[in-house]
Design a protein around this ligand. Structure first.
Ligand SMILES: Nc1ncnc2c1ncn2[C@@H]1O[C@H](COP(=O)(O)OP(=O)(O)OP(=O)(O)O)[C@@H](O)[C@H]1O
Ligand SMILES: [Mg+2]
Length: 498
């Protein structure tokens, strides 16, 4: 039984975790990792507790009770009837009391998930909590949540205490009745003392399992609530798994044709059209919030446009099998995520590459030298989210990652956060190396990147408002020249720092 329950729980855990990898990004946007984690731990634990213990007895004990009942009836049906007359009433009460337990349990589990969310937010933002001195305010609201969970837990505890009382009655009442009535029958001579003792002994085999049933039922209801919450994830429709493994060889690498997109009500992309040929380097520039990163999220198929068409390698994106397509798109995003493992694994992401290839990619990404200066070189652990590295180092690791992937299309979202001049130059050189000989779309915040581009698209308010080379756009004296004069003209062009 233990083995089966371990297996079932492992399967459930795997199924739920696997589901996360398949969830559509828009759905994930609406979820909180603290709640998700709670489902994978607290709720699974509830189900496990039931399977390990109560589930087994919930099946076994009624069987035992029925078998015993048959034998008791055979021994003395009148006495059996009299002893057990209360049981249906008790069972009815049990059902009534346990009925709301699943709802209460669900509410409690949700409150536990809220606590998990708050924990995660506090831990995730611990530096902000400290530097902005938010400790007291955060702890106060956290205490409120803990108190709420205690309140909800108490409601369940009360029900369970009443159930324990019923269990007690179920255990003793039949004995008192059968002892009293049985003594009368013995007095009248219609039952032997031995027969009565045997009857009472057997009754134990009936009342004990019945008395335990309310508890098992309570646990069943709680597990059901946990399972409901886990299935809230499992039941979500996965990201599209269909599509074909099409050919990547094409002159026409990427095109947007009148693409409209909104995260919610408000249009973010308002009919964007552009085209990128094989080998071209195209820079996207424009004011913050204009929709530049959003364009990347559409190219990788994380979100779908509601109007217009996106084509990759000459086929519309809906024809592609997304996993297959993503193999040939390398993304360096604005904020890099590093896994809490070694530098080497963060660059290879678990794939097999020779050490030479890893070093070559790191050299191009300007990362090799600093990696070699670390205590364990490529085997240095980077800490959670790469906390033990500087911002510029993290970026260079993620550029090395993209170079090693050697994809047909490179999407670079330049970090906007300011780096010091030296680090900035390092990252800049790394980006240039990464772009060499590769079709690249780069969201540029720095002059040197922009100047290296074959073409510049100026994005404002979700539309391409200007297009051309640096010189052409300056001549136009439109938004680009305004942005250039405001952000870049004062910049030391050698360092390229905006
Ligand atoms: N997941 C999301 N859900 C809802 N709105 C979003 C989401 N991501 C971005 N937005 C909104 O979409 C708009 C465009 O965001 P986007 O990240 O594409 O801007 P951006 O041009 O990359 O800006 P920046 O230069 O600051 O990086 C913004 O107004 C932003 O608030
Ligand atoms: Mg952005």
């Amino acid at each position: 039984m233990g083995y089966l329950s371990e297996r079932a729980i492992a399967d459930l855990r795997y199924k739920a975790t696997e589901k996360f990898t398949k969830l559509p990004i828009p759905k994930l946007d609406t979820m909180h990792s603290g709640d998700n984690l709670s489902k994978l731990t607290n709720d699974i634990q509830l189900v496990k507790r039931f399977l390990d213990w109560d589930g087994y007895f919930l099946i076994l004990r009624p069987l035992m009770a029925v078998a015993t009942l048959a034998y008791l009836t055979y021994l003395n049906w009148q006495l059996t009837l009299a002893s057990l007359v209360f049981i249906p009433i008790m069972m009815y009460l049990t059902m009534k009391i346990t009925q709301p337990i699943s709802n209460y349990s669900k509410a409690l589990q949700e409150e536990l998930a809220n606590i998990n969310k708050a924990n995660q937010d506090i831990l995730g933002g611990i530096q902000i909590v400290k530097s902005f001195n938010l400790k007291d305010r955060i702890l106060e609201s956290f205490k409120g949540q803990v108190d709420e969970s205690v309140k909800r837990g108490r409601v369940i505890a009360l029900r369970r205490a009443i159930l324990a009382g019923i269990s007690g009655f179920l255990t003793f009442l039949p004995f008192i009745v059968s002892f009293g009535l049985g003594s009368l029958l013995v007095n009248r001579g219609s039952m032997s003392v031995g027969g009565l003792l045997a009857f009472i002994n057997l009754l134990n085999q009936l009342s004990w399992p019945l008395a335990q049933l309310p508890n098992h039922i309570g646990s069943y209801k709680a597990a059901g609530a946990g399972l409901d919450r886990i299935y809230e994830i499992v039941d979500i429709v996965s990201e599209r798994q269909t599509g074909e493994k099409l050919d990547f060889e094409s002159e026409n690498v990427l095109s947007f044709n009148n693409v409209r997109f909104a995260y919610g009500e408000k249009d973010i992309l308002q009919g964007i059209s552009f085209h990128i040929n094989c080998g071209e380097k195209v820079a996207l520039v424009g004011p913050s919030g204009g929709g530049k990163s959003t364009i990347f999220k559409l190219i990788t198929g994380f979100y779908q446009p509601y109007e217009g068409e996106i084509s990759l390698f000459n086929n519309t994106i809906d024809k592609w099998k997304l996993d297959f397509l993503r193999e040939e798109i390398a993304v360096v995003s604005q904020d890099t995520y590093l896994f809490p493992t070694t530098i080497k694994e963060n660059i290879t992401l678990g794939r097999n590459f020779s050490m030479e290839a890893i070093i070559a990619a790191s050299q191009k990404a300007n990362a090799h030298n600093f990696i070699m200066e670390l205590a364990d070189g490529y085997d240095t652990m980077v800490g959670e989210r790469g906390a033990k590295l500087s911002g510029g180092q993290r970026q260079r690791i993620s550029i090395a990652r993209a170079i090693l992937k050697d994809a047909k299309l490179l999407l670079l979202d330049e970090a906007t956060s300011a780096l010091d001049t030296e680090s900035e130059q390092m990252v800049q050189q790394a980006l240039e190396k990464a772009m060499e000989g590769r079709t690249t779309m780069v969201i540029a915040h720095r002059l040197s990147t922009i100047k290296n581009a074959d073409r510049i698209l100026v994005i404002e308010g979700g539309a391409v408002v200007e297009e051309g080379t640096h010189e052409q756009l300056l001549d136009k004296e439109g938004l680009y020249s305004k942005l250039y004069n405001k952000d870049f003209s004062h910049v030391d062009q050698e360092s390229g720092v905006a």
